[in-house]
Design a protein around this ligand. Structure first.
Ligand code: PHE
Length: 451
C-alpha cells in the first residue's frame, strides 16, 4: 500500500485528476472538433454530453476506483464477485496507451513551438506560418524524436514519484494558464473581423447538424474529461473516504468546459480574422496562434513574445499532467497485477507508447502509413475517442448501475452517509442505469446509420 499512496496529499489527488482532464484535449482538440462540426451547434451537444453523460460517468469511475483501492483491471474485477468485469479495466489500459502514443506527438509539437517562439522563429505572414507547420510536422525525424522525448519526460516523473512537486506546481500553474488564456481571448477578440469567429462558436446554426456530429461531440466530451480510459478510476483509487465524489466531478467538469470554451474564443476569432478555415483540422491552433501573438500585440511586440512563450510553456505543462495520468494506468497495472517492479512496469508502458508515437508521427508526412484511409495518427485518435472511450463509459455504467450492489454504490456516493449528497443519489442512479447507456447506445446507432 505504501507504494500506492504516493500522491502528495488528499487534496492533491483531486487536483491531479483535474490536471489529467485539462490538457491538449481542451486547447488543441476541442477547437478543431468544433471547427469541423459547425461551431456553436457542436458546442451545445458537447455541453449536453458533459452534463448528462460526463458527470455521472465520472462519478461511476470514481466509485469503481475508490472502492477497490487498486489498479484498473483489479478495480473492475472486484466491484462485483465476477472477476470477468476486469476486462473493462484492461480495455481502459489499452485505450490510454494508444492515446498516450499520439498525444505525445502533439505534445512534442508544442515543445517545438516553445523552442521556436523562444528564438523568435514564428514570425511571418499566414502562408509562412502554415508552411512552417506543414514542413515541421511532416519531417520524419524531429517530431518523432520530440514525441518520444515527451514520453520519456512522463516516464521519469511517473517512476521517480515527483508528482508531489507537480501537484504543488499545478496549484500555481493552472490558474496562471487560465489567466493567460483570458488575456489571449481578449487579444484575439480585438482583431479585425473577430466577431465572425465569436458568432461561429456561440450562435448555433442548426443547418450544420450532421450525423457524425453527435458521436464526435460525445467523444470529445469523454476525451476531455479523461473518461472511459480507467484513468479516473486509477486516480480515484488514491482518494480518501472523505472525498466528495459528485462535487469533485462537477468541479472538474466545469473547469474543463471553461478552458475549452476559452480555447474556442481564442482560436476562432483569430482564425476568421487571419483567413484560416475553422475546419482546418489538427493543425488549427498551430497555424492561427502565432498570428494572434504577432498581430494582436503588434503595438508591443515584446509583450507578444512573452505571452507566446508563456502560453506554450503552460500548454506543455498541461499536457504533461495529462500524460502522467495516462502513463500511470498502465504502470500501476503491470506493477500490481503482473508483479513487476515499478520502474520495469513503467519502462514497458514507455516503450510501447514510444513506438506508437513514432509511427503516428511518421504517418503525418507519409501517405503509406494509413489505416482505413486515414493517417495512423488520425486513426488512433478516431478509434479511441469515438469508439473505445464511449465503450468504456457504457460498460462502466452498466456495471455500476445494474451489477454492483446498490448498497455499495450508495455508500460510496454518500461517503457512508456522511458528507455525500444523499438526496441526489436517486438522480445519479437513474442517469447511470438509463440515461448514460441509452444515450451512448443511440449515438452509436445513429453514427452507423441504424437510426
Ligand atoms: N483529458 C486529457 C485532455 O484533455 C486527455 C486524456 C484522455 C487524459 C484520456 C487521460 C486519459 O487533454
Amino acid at each position: 500500500m505504501s507504494e500506492r499512496a504516493n500522491f502528495g496529499s488528499k487534496v492533491g489527488v483531486v487536483l491531479a485528476t483535474a490536471g489529467s482532464a485539462v490538457g491538449l484535449g481542451n486547447v488543441w482538440r476541442f477547437p478543431f472538433m468544433a471547427g469541423h462540426n459547425g461551431g456553436a451547434v457542436f458546442m451545445l451537444v458537447y455541453l449536453g454530453c458533459i452534463l448528462l453523460l460526463g458527470i455521472p460517468g465520472m462519478v461511476s469511475e470514481f466509485i469503481v476506483g475508490r472502492h477497490s483501492q487498486a489498479n484498473a483491471a483489479r478495480a473492475y474485477g472486484t466491484l462485483t464477485n465476477r472477476k470477468g468485469w476486469g476486462f473493462i479495466g484492461l480495455l481502459g489500459i489499452l485505450t490510454s496507451t494508444i492515446i498516450l502514443g499520439f498525444y505525445s506527438v502533439v505534445a512534442g509539437w508544442c515543445l517545438q513551438y516553445l523552442g521556436t517562439s523562444a528564438v523568435g522563429g514564428l514570425k511571418g505572414d499566414s502562408t509562412y506560418v502554415q508552411q512552417y507547420f506543414q514542413n515541421f510536422s511532416s519531417d520524419p525525424v524531429k517530431p518523432a524524436l520530440l514525441g518520444v522525448a515527451f514520453v520519456f519526460i512522463t516516464h521519469i516523473i511517473v517512476v521517480r514519484g515527483v508528482r508531489n512537486g507537480i501537484e504543488k506546481a499545478s496549484k500555481l500553474l493552472m490558474p496562471l494558464l487560465f489567466i493567460l488564456l483570458l488575456i489571449i481571448v481578449i487579444a484575439s477578440c480585438s482583431l479585425p473581423n473577430a466577431s465572425e469567429g465569436i458568432e461561429f462558436l456561440l450562435k448555433p446554426d442548426f443547418s450544420k447538424v450532421s450525423n457524425k456530429m453527435f458521436l464526435e461531440a460525445l467523444g470529445q466530451a469523454f476525451f476531455s474529461l479523461s473518461l472511459g480510459t480507467a484513468c479516473l478510476c486509477t486516480y480515484a483509487s488514491y482518494y480518501s473516504r472523505q472525498t466528495h465524489l459528485l462535487q469533485s466531478a462537477a468541479q472538474i467538469a466545469l473547469v474543463d468546459f471553461l478552458i475549452a470554451l476559452m480555447a474556442g474564443l481564442m482560436i476562432f476569432p483569430a482564425a476568421f480574422s487571419v483567413g484560416v478555415q475553422p475546419d482546418s483540422g489538427p493543425s488549427l491552433i498551430f497555424i492561427t496562434l502565432p498570428r494572434v501573438f504577432q498581430q494582436a500585440f503588434s503595438f508591443l511586440p515584446a509583450l507578444g513574445y512573452v505571452i507566446s512563450l508563456m502560453f506554450y510553456a503552460l500548454l506543455v505543462f498541461a499536457a504533461l499532467t495529462s500524460t502522467i495520468s495516462m502513463h500511470e494506468i498502465g504502470t500501476a497495472f503491470f506493477h500490481e497485477e503482473l508483479k513487476m517492479k515499478r520502474p520495469v512496469a513503467a519502462w514497458i508502458e514507455t516503450i510501447v507508447c514510444s513506438l506508437i508515437a513514432v509511427f503516428c508521427s511518421l504517418s503525418v508526412g507519409n501517405p503509406d502509413i494509413q489505416v482505413m484511409g486515414m493517417p495512423l495518427m488520425d486513426f488512433c485518435d478516431h478509434l479511441t475517442a469515438q469508439y473505445m472511450l464511449p465503450a468504456g463509459a457504457l460498460l462502466t455504467s452498466i456495471l455500476v448501475g445494474w451489477f454492483a450492489s446498490k448498497t455499495l454504490v450508495r455508500e460510496e456516493f454518500t461517503n457512508w452517509e456522511t458528507n455525500g449528497p444523499k438526496s441526489l443519489f436517486g438522480v445519479y442512479l437513474f442517469c447511470v442505469r438509463f440515461i448514460v447507456p441509452v444515450c451512448i447506445f443511440l449515438i452509436l446507432m445513429h453514427q452507423f446509420g441504424v437510426i
